[in-house]
Design a protein around this ligand. Structure first.
Ligand SMILES: Cc1cc2nc3c(=O)[nH]c(=O)nc-3n(C[C@H](O)[C@H](O)[C@H](O)COP(=O)(O)OP(=O)(O)OC[C@H]3O[C@@H](n4cnc5c(N)ncnc54)[C@H](O)[C@@H]3O)c2cc1C
Length: 467
């Protein structure tokens, strides 16, 4: 008997990976449904007058689950990957206390006035404990920071950073926000002393190493690698996914969505696929649904009311600038801007992790910025990004900006307040209460610490094996 297909909804990297796993490893028939006219989600590169660019920094990292990592690695021929490992896996820095930090992505407290540094260090050491509460054991981000770093460091260093990034007081923020911006450690000492201090597990959990390119191999908590194509653009990975899925006979339906579902005896027996160009609806019998796109449209299909997320996302834009010289960012792949006083959030420098990104003497740079004024046009946004980067000396005065582009549609910057995380959790809970047995959800779930792509894939793999 012919088996009905599994439907994967959403063709971002998670949907594509799940579809490949189900078709190649589980040998099951699969259909992928994607609302946009092209597949790839946040992995889609964008074509600009200056060539392809990615949508901000996304350097795929191994998950540690070989069934997933091997499949991913096989998407491109071996010689088309560059493997980033050891100290070169993820070179990330920050702007903090008026300067760029090339050595670590954690804030370096040695930049503070001497008195402030001493007080932060004193509280950090006085608070030392091996049984510090984890993300799920504290009420809010203030409690999380105070338990790790003490009150003074929380108020002097961390609160202004959170205020800049999310414009919310610490009490309103979910502790998981610290995971999103990597605020789980601070730098306090030079490399030799830090190495000695980090021999203590209690200190290792809160102290950052200040010189990432000289980290001894044994300090790495995991040996997972990062992979990026030698040829610039994650669209190469997306094209590889498409090639492999087509080889497995997977149908990829773009400009489509799920218009309705037929549920019988707690099972989704069929879905109604709407072609968004022709408005034609096709009913298809299916064996299971793997949902990888946002939850509210799934709730609508299940006749559940999706209450609005209480704290609105921040208006945010992704700007690409093209320079005639490399920016002043050294070997950094990307950095956070922690300092108040600019609107930069994350800056990425593609030629640092893929030399092919700099072609014909043009160096791309991506700035993800908060732009409160919704009326500001693309030219003004490009000018704003340039002025902020120059102010922070990330672009030298004699470097020319040859051009720029803004990713269309803007990008809402999710604010992980407790209220928002709880609202999202309630949405998932409402679905769980009535979830048909053959519906799997593979999306971000911040309340469970699932945010980055490897988290989502790892959380979903055991479920895929039940289909
Ligand atoms: C600002 C920001 C920065 C991030 N940076 C990183 C990073 O550097 N590294 C990292 O690993 N992660 C990062 N993430 C997390 C990132 O979201 C995930 O890693 C990754 O994109 C998840 O892939 P996905 O396939 O789940 O989602 P997406 O890439 O968003 O794909 C979802 C797909 O579903 C489609 N879709 C939506 N609705 C429907 C519908 N109703 N029907 C059919 N299709 C639909 C969309 O068009 C899209 O193609 C970042 C997230 C944000 C918000």
């Amino acid at each position: 008997m012919k088996t009905n297909p599994i439907v994967v909804v959403g063709a971002g990297p998670v949907g594509l990976m799940n579809a490949l796993y189900l078709s190649r490893v589980r040998k099951l028939p699969v259909i992928v449904i994607e609302q946009q006219s092209t597949v790839g989600g946040l992995y889609s590169s964008v074509d600009t007058a200056w060539g392809l660019v990615d949508q901000g920094v996304h350097i795929p990292q191994e998950t540690g689950v070989s069934a997933i990592d091997d499949l991913f690695f096989d998407i491109l021929p071996r010689n088309e990957w560059q493997i980033l490992e050891g100290t070169r896996k993820d070179i990330a820095g920050n702007v903090f206390a008026g300067r760029i930090d090339f050595g670590s992505l954690y804030p370096d407290l040695r930049r503070l006035p001497r008195e402030d540094f001493l007080q932060c260090a004193a509280e950090l050491f006085a608070n030392l404990s091996t049984s510090r509460p984890g993300f799920e054991e504290v009420e809010n981000l203030r409690d999380y920071f105070e338990a790790r770093f003490g009150r003074f460091c929380t108020e002097t260093v961390l609160e202004p950073i959170v205020q800049k990034i999310w414009q919310q007081p610490l009490e309103r923020m979910s502790p998981w926000a610290a995971k999103l911006v990597h605020l789980a450690r601070v730098v306090t000492h030079n490399a030799d002393v830090a190495l000695t201090l980090k021999m203590s597990p209690a200190l290792d959990a809160v102290i950052g190493f200040p010189d990432q390119l000289s980290v001894p191999a044994e300090v790495f908590s995991n040996r997972r690698r990062a992979l990026y194509p030698k040829r610039f653009g994650l669209s190469g990975v997306v094209a590889g996914f498409v090639r492999e899925l087509e080889r497995e006979g997977v149908r990829l339906l773009t400009s489509s969505d799920v218009h309705g579902v037929d549920i019988n005896a707690d099972i989704i027996s069929a879905i109604h696929i709407k072609d968004l160009k022709s408005n034609i609806i096709e009913r298809k019998e299916i064996s299971a649904v793997v949902w990888t796109s946002p939850i509210p449209s799934l709730m609508k299909l299940l006749n559940l009311e999706a209450l609005p997320i209480p704290d609105a996302p921040l208006p945010h834009r992704v700007v690409h600038l093209f320079l005639n010289k490399p920016p002043e960012t050294g070997a950094l792949y990307w950095l956070w801007s922690y300092d108040p006083g600019d609107c930069l959030i994350r800056v990425s420098i593609p030629h640092a992790y893929c030399s092919d990104a700099a072609r014909d003497g043009v160096y791309p740079l991506c700035a993800e910025i908060h732009v409160p004024d919704a009326g500001i046009d693309d030219n003004a946004t490009i000018g704003l990004a340039e002025s902020q980067l120059r102010m922070r000396a990330l672009i030298a005065p004699d470097t020319q900006v040859l051009g720029g582009t803004v990713i269309s549609g803007g990008r809402a910057f999710f604010v992980p307040t407790i209220a928002n995380c709880q609202a999202m959790h309630s949405q998932r809970h409402a679905i769980e209460m009535i979830r048909p047995d053959n519906l799997l959800i593979a999306t971000q779930d911040l309340n469970a610490g699932i945010f980055y792509m490897p988290d989502i894939l790892c959380a979903g793999i055991s479920q895929l094996d039940t289909l």
